[in-house]
Each structure stands twice: as structure tokens, then as C-alpha cells.
Design a protein around this ligand. Structure first.
Ligand code: 1HA
Length: 270
């Protein structure tokens, strides 16, 4: 792995190698709980990986073997959100959830240990999840005075079914990696020692495939869940592809050349 210089992150690590970016929440002393600054750095890092043409797949993980992420840092939870250094209170992890879904590259959650609360929702919004044998999953909201009624509830129900999703949220139990696999919450369970190797193999396999196909499929899987915003994302791909055709370019050229467009040579396909 290489670490680009000058990023100045405090709470996360950014590594890259062979077309893969690896973002690591690095607060192991609190089981990788996030504070607003952590989320701000993750948003910046995802933006960087999104716009880096050398990157095709992104891994999100947590430092150490004990936790992927334990959700919002309860020590700095104020009355209206999680307090940053300036005193402002945030729920900015919701922006991060949307960003992970919208960015047009596969995001893989690599989970060792706990993925709990808002940390569980983070793996849920990733495109794929590879879990180590020691992974444990669950929500705590109703126990600690919180809930995620957005993707945390709706996307969970699409993943595991409504009965199971209600159980997860209402009872606040923890589930081991095999239970998570059985309910469709993760894609694979592997020995802890092989977690990164297997995740990288999955990433390499995606990197061999058509980036446009992966991009449009990701948008397609999100489209109905995300309503018009999801359709916008999918449709943006159609516009992007259309711009690359001589037909669309004729419209632009005619405008720039101040002449009427001539679309007559373009067929009306059946
Ligand atoms: O629901 C939302 C949101 C909803 C809408 C919009 C935005 C949202 C944003 C966030 C959230 C949430 O994430 S709410 C849920 C918050 N998270 C939790 O309720 C999980 C709390 N932690 C635990 O249940 C456990 O720590 C654990 C199952 C993850 C690990 O247990 P373990 O291995 O027994 O370790 P433990 O001893 O409990 O924790 C180690 C240290 O990490 C402890 O600190 P120490 O006593 O050593 O000083 C513990 O307090 C700290 N820690 C763990 N998780 C958190 C934490 N400190 C702050 N915040 C945490 N989340």
C-alpha cells in the first residue's frame, strides 16, 4: 500500500495500490466510533477516490481486529447531534451514506469485529461486505436513544426482509458473521487472517471488468430505493454515454457553428 502525502487526516488512513483505495477509520480506542471530524475526513477521502481516475474500487474498513465501526461517538453527543471542535452539532454521517451510494465506483466494506449502530449502517450502504469470522453486527439505537429511519431502516429491510429488519432494530441483538451471511447482510465470511487477501481478490476481479458496466449497474441497483434522485443518477449515466455519440455531438457542433443541426444521418432505431 502507498499513502499519499499531505492529506492531513487525523481520524482516518488513506492507502492506495493497484487501482484500489483503502479508507480506514482509525480510532481503535473507541472501537472506531466516528465523530464529525472523522466523517468530514471520510467525505473528503471518498471524494478523492471518486475523482482519482487511477482508482476503480474503494474499500472501507476499521483499524485493528476488534471493530469496523461502533457508530457515533457517544462521548461527544450533544442535544442535537455529534459536537465538533467548534461546538457545532452534526448528523453528517447521513451525507456520507448518500455519498457512498452515489459515487460511481464499487465500495466494499471489509469488516473485522463489531459493525454496530451507525457503523452497521455504514457497512449496509456499501455495495458489498466481506466479513471476518469474528465480525458482529447489530443496531443499538432504541437502547441508546437513537434511530436511523432512513437507509438504516429502509435499506436494511430490502436486504434482510421487513420482519428481520424489525427484529434487528426492535430487539437490538447482535448477530455473528454466519447469521449475517444467512440473512443476506454480507457477501462472504472468511477467516480473520484472510480478510484483506480475500477482499483484495474481490476488488481485483471487479477491476478486470468494464468500469461503465459496473457504474451503471450500481446506479441501477440504487435507482428505485432513491426515488427521483436515484433515477437522476441512472439517467446521468445515459446522458454521459449519449454525449459520447456523434449524434449528440452534432447538436453541440451546430450550436457552436451557428447553423441548424442536421440529425438526418442518425437512424431512429426500432
Ligand atoms: O444512530 C445513529 C444515527 C442516527 C441518525 C443519524 C445519525 C446517526 C449517527 C450515529 C448513530 C449511532 O451510531 S447510535 C449508536 C452508537 N453506538 C453504540 O451504541 C455502540 C456502543 N458501543 C458498544 O456497544 C460496544 O462498545 C461494542 C459492542 C461496539 C464493543 O464492545 P466491547 O468490545 O465490549 O468494547 P467496550 O469495552 O464496550 O468499548 C471499548 C471502549 O470503546 C470503551 O471505552 P473505555 O471504557 O475503554 O474508555 C467504550 O466506551 C468505547 N466505545 C465503544 N463504542 C463507542 C465508544 N465510545 C464512544 N462511542 C461509541 N460508539
Amino acid at each position: 500500500w502507498q499513502q499519499p502525502e499531505g492529506l492531513g487526516y487525523q481520524d482516518i488512513l488513506y492507502h492506495q495500490a493497484e487501482g484500489i483505495a483503502k479508507l480506514t477509520i482509525n480510532r481503535p480506542e473507541v472501537r472506531n466510533a466516528f465523530r464529525p471530524e472523522t466523517v468530514r475526513e471520510l467525505i473528503d477521502a471518498f471524494h478523492r477516490a471518486h475523482h482519482d481516475p487511477a482508482i476503480g474500487v474503494i474499500i472501507l474498513t476499521g483499524a485493528g481486529e476488534l471493530a469496523f465501526c461502533s457508530g457515533g461517538d457517544q462521548r461527544i453527543r450533544g442535544e442535537g447531534g455529534y459536537r465538533d471542535n467548534s461546538g457545532a452539532e452534526h448528523l453528517n454521517v447521513l451525507d456520507l451514506q448518500r455519498q457512498i451510494r452515489t459515487l460511481p465506483k464499487p465500495v466494499v466494506a471489509m469488516v473485522a469485529g463489531y459493525a454496530i449502530g451507525g457503523g452497521h449502517v455504514l457497512h449496509l450502504v456499501c455495495d458489498l461486505t466481506i466479513a471476518a469470522e469474528n465480525a458482529r453486527f447489530g443496531q443499538t439505537g432504541p437502547k441508546v436513544g437513537s434511530f436511523d429511519a432512513g437507509f438504516g431502516a429502509g435499506l436494511m429491510a430490502r436486504n434482510v426482509g421487513i420482519k428481520k429488519a424489525k427484529e434487528i432494530w426492535f430487539l437490538c441483538r447482535q448477530y455473528d458473521a454466519h447469521e449475517a451471511l444467512a440473512m443476506g447482510l454480507v457477501n462472504a465470511v472468511v477467516p480473520l487472517g484472510e480478510l484483506e487477501a480475500v477482499t483484495l481478490e474481490w476488488c481485483r476481479q471487479m477491476l478486470r471488468h468494464s468500469p461503465t458496466a459496473l457504474r451503471v449497474l450500481k446506479a441501477a441497483f440504487n435507482a428505485d430505493t432513491d426515488g427521483l434522485a436515484g433515477i437522476q443518477e441512472l439517467a446521468g449515466n445515459a446522458t454521459g454515454l449519449y454525449y459520447q455519440t456523434p449524434e449528440a455531438q452534432e447538436g453541440r457542433n451546430a450550436y457552436l457553428e451557428k447553423r441548424p443541426p442536421d440529425f438526418s444521418r442518425f437512424p431512429r432505431r426500432a
